[in-house]
Design a protein. Structure first.
Length: 248
């Protein structure tokens, strides 16, 4: 490295074997390594994969975060619609979301069996009444975490330098799937002969349309959220700000 490429001298930092001729200590001989004692004055955007000994403030993304800290941060930033979120912050929270859905479903299944809910036949919409009971139980964590997940998605988009409004696209596709089910049922009842076979065919078509819309929603959502960090996303930051909408 050229001797001219060095960090600014700080008289408060003691000299060492890796210090430059200007007196700035170089960790491992590299003046550009960011850390608690050696901040990098040349980096203004995110540095994915580069750990920091200090905890970033709530308004900033946390790169290289672990599961436990990501979950704590997920709940603490429920109403933070400004700022950014790293890929780690987002996908650890999605893992929690999946685990909660599975936990509620299995718990409801067990409770349903104790309550004597039938597990035979296909009287329910998606299977047996017990299956329907377990599936409906998954709506509980989805409702409880809706705002937290929405704000996290907006911050993840900001980290990619995208507007938060992109989060609406997968949601619209989900609504399209639900509307397809409703329209198919109405049309089937109006034009059908009222037989159970005609209604069953209508429901099959409706469910296929709904499944297709939901699948597209998932694909688009993953595509939007898996992107790398973009330093230009700092335009969405509000240093020192509390919860709120901010710039979306």
């Amino acid at each position: 490295m050229n001797d001219g490429d060095h960090a600014p001298q700080d008289p408060r930092i003691p000299q060492g074997p890796h210090s430059s001729h200007h007196g700035a200590v170089r960790p491992n001989g590299n003046p550009y390594v960011a850390g608690r004692s050696f901040p990098n004055p040349y980096v203004t955007g995110p540095v994915p994969g580069q750990g920091n000994a200090d905890t970033p403030p709530l308004w900033a993304p946390w790169y290289g975060i672990g599961f436990g800290k990501a979950i704590v941060r997920f709940f603490r930033k429920t109403f933070y619609f400004h700022g950014r979120a790293s890929r780690g912050e987002y996908w650890w929270a999605q893992l929690l979301f999946i685990l909660l859905n599975m936990g509620f479903a299995y718990a409801a299944y067990g409770i349903g069996m104790l309550m004597g809910i039938s597990n035979a036949g296909s009287d329910g919409v998606f299977g047996s009444p017990l299956d329907d009971f377990a599936n409906n139980a998954q709506l509980v964590p989805q409702a409880l975490l809706f705002v937290s997940n929405l704000s996290l998605s907006v911050r993840r988009l900001h980290d990619e330098n995208r507007r938060g409004w992109w989060v609406v696209l997968p949601t619209l596709l989900q609504f399209v799937g639900l509307i397809a089910v409703v329209v198919s049922v109405v049309v089937g009842n109006v034009s059908g002969d009222g037989s159970s076979s005609a209604f069953a065919q209508t429901m099959v078509v409706a469910m296929l349309l709904c499944f297709g819309a939901l699948l597209m929603s998932v694909i688009i959502s993953i595509t939007l959220m898996i992107g790398p960090s973009n330093p230009l996303g700092t335009r969405f930051d509000r240093p020192g700000a509390g919860w709120g909408l901010g710039r979306r």
